[in-house]
Design a protein around this ligand. Structure first.
Ligand code: SF4
Length: 335
């Protein structure tokens, strides 16, 4: 089993050693998933947030300056219809952490299930909520949930997010307990983060029993306290992605748009390093420009781009691996 020291070594590989790491990660992906990439359709549903993450332009302190939006139940059902029309059955809703999203999403989900006659994965990324809210959303038809730990270092986490890591892990425990497929992930290149800390990010995700894990390079976004910091190193991020594939071959691992933001061709290289998920953005244009996750000039993945990119990697798009399935319960959660 790979340990922290093994992963730290992997994070430092470059040149032909790095290529060998990527080849090993691709082999593992091939063993488990063949040559297929899960395609998700994301709609961003609200750009307010009660949290004040130092790296995010949607942070609470920016609420007054940002032009807010919140989609309605009908908007969400329309979004589900658009994703369905694009032959994608992972309907992904994400938004800032506010309590109002629970009801809106909950009311839309049964209607979206009807559109798909049940053959759909509903994936949510709406932040920390109570056990009861997660249970309600699960009852309404949610299948899976992404809740990133961002960094496994409790001190760094609190400095970056003004929240405790433990509160995030509590949410993961609730989600796993309720039978969600759970995704987590880390940001690579946060100020003050060490390679050992990144290695522990991967090991924490493994020990939690997550089913999905992302590695995103830090993007120094405008209008945030970290705007002047250097961007996260794409090479370290790609190595972390490949190491994640070797640590847990069964994981869904996205090649995130932030890779393309920090390096031309970065998202292609994510697949070369072992990723197997691509997310296409279906947020209506008017709202998309107000969802400032990396600032106004973020890289937005459209359907044609995704199709072309996947084809260029020699992989094939596929539908959900989770629709209609329930994960085995993981009671042995330790961290
Ligand atoms: S990263 Fe997420 S939780 Fe943090 S401020 Fe931005 S939207 Fe809110």
């Amino acid at each position: 089993m790979l340990d922290e020291r093994d992963i730290v070594e992997m994070l430092q590989l470059r040149g032909s050693d790095q290529e060998q790491l990527f080849a090993a990660a691709r082999d593992k992906r091939h063993e488990v998933f063949g040559d297929e990439v899960v395609v998700r359709g994301v709609t961003e549903i609200a750009n307010h947030c009660r949290v004040n993450c130092q790296f995010c332009p949607m942070r609470r302190e920016n609420t007054r300056h940002n032009e807010g939006f919140r989609l309605t139940v009908d908007d969400l059902v329309d979004a589900g219809r658009t994703v369905h029309a694009n032959d994608i059955n992972v309907v992904f809703f994400q938004g800032g952490e506010i309590p109002q999203t629970t009801r809106v999403v909950g009311e839309a989900l049964p209607k979206i299930h009807d559109l798909y006659h049940g053959d759909v994965e509903i994936l949510l990324n709406l932040g920390n909520k109570s056990h009861d809210e997660y249970a309600y959303l699960r009852d309404q038809g949610a299948t899976s949930y992404i809740i990133k730990h961002e960094t496994s270092d409790p001190g760094l986490n609190e400095r970056m997010r003004f929240e405790t890591l433990e509160s995030r892990l509590d949410c993961m425990r609730d989600l796993l307990d309720l039978g969600y497929w759970v995704g987590t992930g880390a940001i690579v290149g946060l100020p003050g983060q060490s390679l050992a800390s990144i290695a522990r990010d991967i090991l924490l995700a493994r020990d939690i029993g997550a089913h999905m894990c992302s590695m995103s390079p830090f993007v120094p976004a405008p209008d945030t306290p970290l705007a002047g910091q250097p961007p996260g190193d794409v090479e370290v991020t790609l190595n972390a992605l490949a190491a994640s594939r070797l640590v847990e071959p069964n994981w869904l691992i996205p090649s995130v748009s932030a890779l393309a933001k920090n390096q031309k061709g970065g998202q292609y290289r994510g697949f070369a390093a072992g990723a197997n998920v691509m997310t296409v953005n279906f947020t209506p244009t008017e709202q998309r420009d107000r969802y400032l996750i990396y600032g106004k000039d973020r890289f937005v993945v459209r359907r044609d781009y995704a199709t072309g990119l996947i084809a260029s990697t020699g992989l094939r798009p596929r539908k959900s691996v989770f629709a209609g399935r329930t994960p085995a319960r993981r009671k042995e959660f330790i961290p």
